[in-house]
Design a protein. Structure first.
Length: 322
């Protein structure tokens, strides 16, 4: 069984390839509604998350796999990651272990790639101004992912305070052609794209400020009691989800609005339907903001873990042939 570390995950799977791989498996018929629910096991100092799946990569190879991730809220104060984990990839037919991948690198890659796969269908082709809430690994990954699909020229980073926003900007690498600014939540009024990559429990910005062409990606939580966007955003946007079942089980941004009778779950648009362009299927209203609410699903980890494995094996085969 191969061990694939974080650097090897990044080297084997460029962001653009990850985005296209996720879009392709949806186009080929993968059904996110069939994904097993995430297992969440409370422990004394956090949570254990178990995410099993079976499926095929964009190349058609079949795999099974499971990610175990841990969430330890007190870890940052100890100088340790809040989220840690590993992904075990198996051959689908024999269930023989093939590889053990760095779970955090895989999660950061797939979450941002999934956001970009959705934004690629929802955002105007000339979207160039991004407002980024957060400054951690997901924020960095989202900047890379959204640059892969849109011609970004300005990124405004928003933190809990102006001082924190300036500190976050200093933590981003210089990016050619992109102007990095420290900003406040009202920066969404001038945004084409908004990425919410935080651990917030309450809304980050006033949804009445959103311009009609804006696309919001909210990825920071998968708990019914947490949210990053407000009622106005949810009620006045076209809402796209990975899976209606997963969203109504885990997406606090939506559940809290649905529970008050302010949103019909039938209005949630599955991303797979948009990818496949089904005749008579859901359409995106260009006159209102778009919201992609992601909770992260096991099939996404499986597809990209399998794609990483295939890329590494293909590279080794090429070297052997020489």
């Amino acid at each position: 069984m191969k061990t694939i570390d974080a650097a090897s995950v990044a080297a084997a799977l460029p962001m653009n390839t990850a985005i296209r791989a996720l879009q392709q498996v949806l186009r080929d018929g993968l059904d996110p509604e069939a994904d097993p629910p995430r297992g969440v096991v409370p422990v004394d100092h956090g949570q254990l998350l178990l995410m099993p799946a079976e499926g095929r990569t964009a190349r058609g190879s079949a795999y099974a796999g499971v990610k175990i991730a841990t969430v330890a809220p007190d870890n940052p104060a100890r100088g340790l990651p809040r989220i840690q984990g590993r992904y075990l990839l198996l051959d689908a037919e024999t269930l023989t272990p093939l590889a053990l991948l760095d779970g955090v690198a895989l999660t950061n890659l797939r979450t941002a790639a999934m956001s970009a796969a959705a934004a690629d269908l929802l955002a105007p082709p000339d979207a160039s101004r991004l407002v980024l809430f957060g400054g951690g690994p997901q924020a960095h990954s989202h900047l890379a992912a959204l640059r892969a699909i849109r011609p970004l020229t300005q990124v405004t980073v928003v933190g809990r305070t102006p001082e924190r926003a300036r500190q976050l900007v200093d933590g981003f690498p210089e990016t050619a052609g992109v102007r990095l600014l420290a900003g406040a939540p009202d920066a969404v009024a001038d945004a084409d794209l908004i990425a919410c990559c935080t651990t917030a429990r309450t809304p980050l910005f006033d949804g009445t400020l959103l311009p009609p062409h804006a696309t919001v990606m909210a990825v920071g939580s998968h708990e019914p009691g947490a949210r990053e966007v407000d009622d106005h955003t949810v009620r006045h946007a076209t809402v796209v989800v990975e899976s209606r079942a997963a969203a109504t089980r885990e997406a606090g941004d939506l559940i809290q609005v649905i529970d008050r009778g302010l949103l019909d779950p039938a209005q949630l648009l599955p991303l797979a339907d948009l990818v496949r362009h089904r005749p008579g299927g859901p359409a995106v209203d260009g006159g209102r903001p778009r919201l992609f609410k992601s909770v992260g699903m096991a099939w996404e980890d499986l597809v990209l873990a399998g794609t990483v494995y295939e890329a590494i094996e293909s590279g080794r085969a090429d070297q052997s042939a020489r």
